[in-house]
Design a protein around this ligand. Structure first.
Ligand SMILES: Nc1nc2c(ncn2[C@@H]2O[C@H](COP(=O)(O)OP(=O)(O)OP(=O)(O)O)[C@@H](O)[C@H]2O)c(=O)[nH]1
Ligand SMILES: [Mg+2]
Length: 405
């Protein structure tokens, strides 16, 4: 049995004797403090390491999720289209217009409903109403410059101060939008991909905008025009990117030039251009990796791709098409600026116009940079790409049957 009174006596003596306290107590206390600090730090270190591991896992998960989604989209689109019966050109045109109409529904709502509401209170186009129209155009994401041009046009058209119906104003706006869109289209759409063969088309843009899907849609479009097509998978950066294009290639029965992940994309392009030349291919479509302007190494890589292509065909790439996600609206302006620094853009393709209220942005961006919108994408399938027709677009955007020209 331990004698508790004896232990108590030892402790009492210990605290009453300053020498023994200094000799044993203080170092013991310091040791305890040190020990506790080590434990706390170790726990903190292990936890931040866990957090880092978790973040890395999250990034990898999200990357592979994107890969999975794109691959699934490619696979399902590749499977769904072949069963469709051949449609006449008129039928296709009508279907496309229905799709365009429903895709632009949200933006149309923002514009036309607002004009009707504004003019229901006051049917004269005075400064107050003009200011409201300006706000409405900004809300539809047309951008400051273009909004200004459009409202100035309303004034110049002699509409200011006059009694105006909502229909009349909408139709004047439509006419001015069409003018803007046509001013940035200096050539006719159908003949821009002709000329020396192979026509080399570089498809560029930031991450996830729909480059690979659009490249495949373009391949389908050109194939339907009886052109021979070759695809190049120059996105060697993202795991799954090459596979995604190959799935499309198999579906379309078009050869895909590819190398393993991590290879130099410029080397893929070199090989593809050589092959396109030797096989006398009409159209070479190059799918590139998504890149942001602040990733200089990726922008340099794009510059290298351009240089390497020029070694084989001095005036190639004949087209550098910027793919823009329609749902980003005016933010796409920055993308145009940063890509223009590295590559000479010849046109834009606006995707995902299905389901956005920012469908007006393309008028603004195209006008601001004098960059024609060549195609628009309204879905994930290979048929969901159409040559951009400014008149149809404006009519569907503003619910107009006719445009005063
Ligand atoms: N709704 C809709 N979805 C689209 C359209 N175009 C592409 N997508 C989808 O957008 C997702 C991304 O498409 P990708 O073609 O992989 O995009 P990407 O720009 O090549 O992506 P990264 O190579 O990762 O930069 C896929 O799920 C596509 O199916 C479109 O016009 N409408
Ligand atoms: Mg891609």
């Amino acid at each position: 049995m331990i004698n508790t009174t004896y232990i108590f006596d030892i402790f009492r003596d210990f605290f009453h004797n300053p020498v023994s306290f200094l000799l044993y107590g203080a170092p013991a206390l310091l040791f305890i403090i040190f020990f506790l600090s080590v434990i706390t730090y170790a726990r903190y270190f292990l936890r931040s390491k866990d957090d880092l591991t978790q973040t890395m896992t999250d990034i990898e998960k999200s990357d592979s999720q994107n890969d999975k989604q794109s691959l699934e989209a490619a696979e399902s689109s590749a499977q769904e289209t072949p069963e469709l019966p051949e449609e006449s050109d008129d039928g296709k045109e009508a279907n496309w217009l229905i799709k365009l109409r429903s895709s632009l529904g949200k933006t149309r709502g923002v514009i036309t409903e607002k004009i009707t509401t504004i003019l229901a209170q006051k049917n004269r186009l005075d400064d107050e109403v003009l200011a409201e129209i300006k706000n409405m155009l900004l809300a539809a994401d047309l951008g400051i410059e273009t909004t200004h041009v459009l409202t100035e046009y309303l004034k110049d058209a002699g509409a200011q101060g006059k009694v105006m119906s909502a229909e009349k104003i909408t139709s004047l706006l439509g006419a001015s939008m069409l003018k803007l869109l046509q001013s940035s289209t200096t050539h006719t759409k159908t003949d821009i991909f002709t000329g020396d063969t192979p026509q080399v088309i570089l498809v560029v843009g930031v991450n996830g905008v729909g480059k690979t899907t659009t490249t495949a849609k373009l391949a389908h479009y050109f194939k339907q025009q009886q052109k021979t097509v070759l695809l190049a998978a120059a996105d060697t950066f993202r795991a799954g990117a090459t596979r995604q294009l190959k799935i499309w290639g198999e579906r379309l029965d078009i050869e895909v030039i590819a190398m393993e992940q991590g290879s130099d994309p410029a080397a893929v392009c070199y090989q593809a251009v050589e092959k396109a030349k030797s096989k006398k291919i009409d159209i070479l479509l190059i799918d590139t990796a998504g890149r942001l302007h602040n990733r200089t190494e990726l922008m340099d890589q794009l510059a290298k791709i351009n240089r390497v292509i020029k070694k084989l065909i001095s005036d190639a790439p004949h087209h550098s098409l910027l793919v823009v996600d329609g749902t980003t609206g005016q933010n796409a302006s920055k993308q145009v600026e940063s890509f223009q620094e590295t590559t000479q853009l010849t046109g834009m393709i606006v995707t995902k116009l299905d389901g956005t209220a920012k469908g007006g942005a393309l008028v603004g961006i195209s006008h601001k940079y004098q960059l024609p919108v060549l195609f628009i994408g309204l879905g994930e399938g290979m048929e969901d790409l159409s040559v951009f027709q400014p008149e149809d677009y404006v009519k569907e955007l503003l619910n107009l049957t006719n445009l005063p020209l």
